[in-house]
Design a protein around this ligand. Structure first.
Ligand code: SF4
Length: 393
């Protein structure tokens, strides 16, 4: 069986930020112990129902705020994974953390438990922007958290930043990026703010309480990041992600996210988690209380890849799997989509399935062929990715 990735969703936050549309809840911390028990039940039940043992090469605890869980609870979950999955000895094991929610001792415990990558939700270094986003930390918290993580032995850190914030100027964005670079992260994820339906941000923007970012300014911010990070030795390997190489030359791209972009299998555990396993797209029930209840029912049944928490498990036909492979693979800027790998996987070459679309996009200088058999976005295509991806839906 090919290596799988495991995603574990931790749907708890101390406060719900005004721009957030993730499946996460404030004020439900009392559910955490029962939630961890339910996660372990789901992990064990799924492994027991699988036809063969599942090899695993990445594990990602995302949220929400996974760093709100006590380190010993996170270690318990990791031990449960080790007990029932074939976890690679050099597996990438990541934790998303909010600066200000972790102290030095927890970071030590997490490192000892086997976590080897931390992704900090920094978002901005500017106090006004952090207040606008309703984040509970300041940049001093970030500096401290990174320092503690380094002392604990973490040598693979990601920092998330958001650009195109309301009222943000190019110089302010440049300062944010410089602050992040001063911490020497191995990896950076940079996202343009997206104002999602149903969020307080959307309502405020609708009432004209703050100006929406100008798309040209957002493009300038992105272009600045590309140039600056290239100059600082980071490889721009995915539309929103940059990574340095380790001293041994190994790229420090996020291996877990590469699994998604390569459309390879991953299993989602926890409330609202999505999976792509055994040819099915799965999605779990959203609410943490409902999730706990489903896993604890005496008659809870597992029917691989379904678990008692599954809301849906839909078989994906070849047409959709090919479209997903294109849409996600083209996000990988150097790697793109390999004709040979595509043909080996789907039994047809790219041209046979998408010839006219590829020709159209090449004529618009949005796609290009890279040696030896790779199709990828052009530099212009990076800025117009959605226009390209639509062709493969
Ligand atoms: S901390 Fe992150 S997941 Fe939690 S509410 Fe804020 S943006 Fe959403």
């Amino acid at each position: 069986m090919q290596p799988h990735s495991l995603y574990l969703h931790i749907p708890f936050c101390t406060h719900r930020c005004a721009y957030c549309d993730f499946n996460t809840y404030a004020g439900l911390d009392s559910l955490i112990p029962a939630y961890v028990d339910a996660l372990i039940l789901e992990l064990r039940g799924l492994a027991a129902s699988a036809p063969t043992p599942i090899p695993v090469h990445t594990v990602f605890f995302g949220g929400g705020t996974p760093s709100l869980l006590p380190a010993d609870q996170l270690a318990r979950v990791l031990d449960a994974i080790r007990a029932v999955y074939h976890l690679d000895t050099d597996a990438e094991i990541s934790l998303e953390a909010n600066p200000g929610t972790l102290v030095a001792q927890q970071l030590d415990q997490l490192r000892r438990a086997g976590f080897n990558r931390i992704s900090f939700g920094v978002q901005s270094a500017d106090p006004t922007e952090l207040r606008l986003l309703e984040r509970g930390h300041d940049f001093i918290d970030v500096i401290r958290a990174v320092q503690w993580a380094r002392q604990a032995g973490f040598d693979n850190l990601n920092l998330d930043l958001i650009f195109a914030l309301p009222g943000q100027t190019l110089p302010r964005w440049q300062r944010n990026l410089e602050h992040a670079l001063s911490l020497n992260p191995e990896h950076l994820s940079l996202y343009a703010l997206s104002i999602e339906h149903g969020t307080p941000f959307r309502a405020m923007a609708g009432r004209g309480l703050f100006p929406l970012a100008d798309p040209d300014l957002a493009a300038n911010m992105y272009e600045h990041a590309m140039q600056r990070l290239n100059g600082a030795g980071y490889e721009h390997y995915e539309i929103s992600n940059w990574a340095r190489r380790a001293p041994d030359g190994q790229p420090l791209a996020c291996r877990h996210n590469l699994q998604y972009w390569r459309n390879q299998p991953y299993i989602g555990f926890g409330a609202g988690a999505h999976g792509w396993v055994a040819g099915c797209r799965t999605m779990n029930v959203l609410g943490p209380a409902a999730y706990i209840e489903r896993l604890h029912k005496p008659e809870a049944a597992f029917d691989f890849p379904r678990t008692p928490a599954s809301l849906t498990a839909q078989r994906v036909d070849a047409q959709r799997a090919m479209g997903d492979t294109m849409m996600m693979g083209l996000r990988l800027l150097e790697e793109g989509v390999s004709d040979g790998e595509f043909a080996a996987r789907f039994g047809q070459p790219l041209d046979a399935v998408y010839g006219p679309a590829i020709e159209r996009l090449e004529a618009q200088q949005l796609l290009e062929h890279a040696a030896p058999d790779r199709l990828r976005l052009t530099v212009r295509g990076r800025l117009l990715g959605n226009q390209v991806f639509q062709e493969f839906v």
